[in-house]
Design a protein around this ligand. Structure first.
Ligand code: NAI
Length: 334
């Protein structure tokens, strides 16, 4: 099948080519550096499938162009699908496949890396030592053991985080409308969201972005948190209201903030912006806090995760080509 692969980087090509070859090389993958928008959608003309990533715009106008150009399958190289207008896709007869699972450990381990780096101030210690400054002033951390960690969303990633932190001896609080019985085996306990927010020393977000979770962490939520709380977000940027979190940082209510995702990350993350002026003043303000650590959506970026994404994406394309169906169909009600 001819596939237009949007938002590709060299590493995407490497892993997709290897997975395609392992599957008999049946797909013609046309790699495009451009992101998918209504304006770039004509680049996919004649491609039966379009392969897209997290910041591609699969909105109605773009989908209409794709459908008119002969596309029948949208194969997402991601687990999240908040960037797809599923209703429009269904109405236009476009099937939507995603990668529901690929090494949740990649994102879970990155979340814990943010926690430990912020706690022990590794980002500051690294810079100090390189400048010959071996003072420990300002680098005081705390033991993770015995701390209450609140996990919002105990799906695959949240449960992997729970597994790691139970090994650290943390007390686990969790909130999820669909609880996982496995959490109790790890010594964790489900509570309502306000109890989690007010009882946790560290709060880590692992829910999808939906209308219900958009700005779930806003001013009201921040007000409920313990003074000096650590907040980690590796889910989707818009789960957090950035303005509310900045106010919390300024007042000292939020003691540590670790982000791998940002509401307005599109056009910023995944690109080398080092020689450009950052135009987003909210993001620039975040960068000024010494207790904020931001990574550019790299939670998924491990060898195992990229192999998993590529393998499932190629399998999704092959299944659709053979049967006209997809293994992990998403519908508007999902
Ligand atoms: P999952 O579908 O296995 O788990 C999501 C969990 O969130 C489910 O248990 C669900 O019941 C729960 N949930 C739904 N609504 C909720 C709410 N209102 N409050 C609390 N929990 C709620 O998904 P998985 O694989 O664990 O991924 C979670 C999210 O992580 C994805 O939706 C995606 O946005 C993000 N992600 C980020 C990556 C990164 O590179 N930073 C990579 C992969 C995923």
């Amino acid at each position: 099948m001819k596939v237009a692969v949007f938002s590709t980087k060299p590493y995407d090509r490497l892993f997709l080519d290897a997975a395609n070859e392992a599957d008999g090389g049946r797909h013609q993958l046309h790699y495009l550096a451009a992101g998918l928008t209504e304006q770039t959608a004509p680049l996919a003309n004649g491609a039966g499938a379009v392969c897209a990533f997290v910041n591609d715009h699969l909105d109605r106008p773009a989908l209409e162009v794709l459908a008119a150009g002969g596309t029948r399958l949208l194969a997402l190289r991601s687990a999240g699908y908040n960037n797809v207008d599923l209703k429009a896709a269904n109405e236009l007869g476009l099937s939507v496949a995603r990668v529901p699972s690929y090494s949740p450990h990649a994102i879970a381990e990155h979340s814990v890396a943010l926690m430990l780096s912020l706690n022990r101030k590794i980002h500051r210690a690294y810079a100090r030592v390189r400048e010959g400054n071996f003072s420990l002033e300002g680098l005081l951390g705390f033991d993770m053991r015995g701390r209450a960690v609140g996990i919002v969303g105990t799906g695959q990633i949240g449960m992997a985080v729970a597994g790691i932190l139970s090994g650290f001896g943390c007390r686990l609080l969790a909130y999820d409308p669909a609880p996982d019985p496995g959490l109790t085996a790890l010594g964790g306990r489900y509570v309502e969201l306000p109890e989690l927010l007010s009882g946790a020393d560290v709060i880590t977000l692992h829910c999808p972005l939906t209308p219900a979770t958009r700005h779930m962490i806003g001013a009201d939520a921040v007000a409920m948190m313990k003074p000096g709380v650590m907040l980690i977000n590796t889910s989707r940027g818009a789960v957090v209201d950035t303005a509310a979190v900045i106010a919390g940082l300024k007042s000292g209510k939020i003691g540590y903030l670790g982000l791998d995702v940002y509401e307005e990350e599109e056009g910023l993350f995944f690109e080398d912006m080092s020689a450009k002026m950052i135009q987003d003043d909210v993001f620039a303000r975040l960068l000024t806090f010494p207790n904020v650590l931001i990574t550019g959506h790299q939670g998924f970026f491990t060898k195992e995760a990229l192999e998993g994404i590529a393998r499932t994406t190629i399998a999704n394309l092959s299944t659709f080509e053979q049967s006209g169906r997809v293994a992990h169909q998403l519908s508007a009600v999902a």
